[in-house]
Design a protein. Structure first.
Length: 90
């Protein structure tokens, strides 16, 4: 998933997410991220969650991300700021 996020291509990223959902591997792909990787994911979600073409898939990714990482939001001001922005966007 990191390589797809680095590409910055929303079609590729969403196609990968949809494939991960089909394979039951979305939680694994989202989990275990470093702060930098988490920020990259959150920034992408902020950028594209409002796009009607991707909203249904990315809202689920947003929900999972917030659920998985809510315990660590306060450990990084940068992550906390990005999460607040994501919540405001949603």
């Amino acid at each position: 998933m990191n390589k797809a996020l680095q590409s910055g291509n929303p079609e590729v990223i969403v196609a990968l997410v949809e494939e991960l959902v089909e394979r039951g591997a979305l939680y694994v792909a989202i989990g275990g991220r470093s702060e930098e990787e988490l920020l990259q994911l959150i920034k992408f979600l902020i950028w594209k969650v409002g796009d009607y073409r991707y909203a249904s898939v990315l809202l689920e990714v947003t929900r999972i991300t917030i659920d998985m990482y809510s315990a660590v939001f306060d450990q990084s001001q940068q992550v906390r700021a990005q999460i607040n922005q994501l919540i405001a966007t949603v």
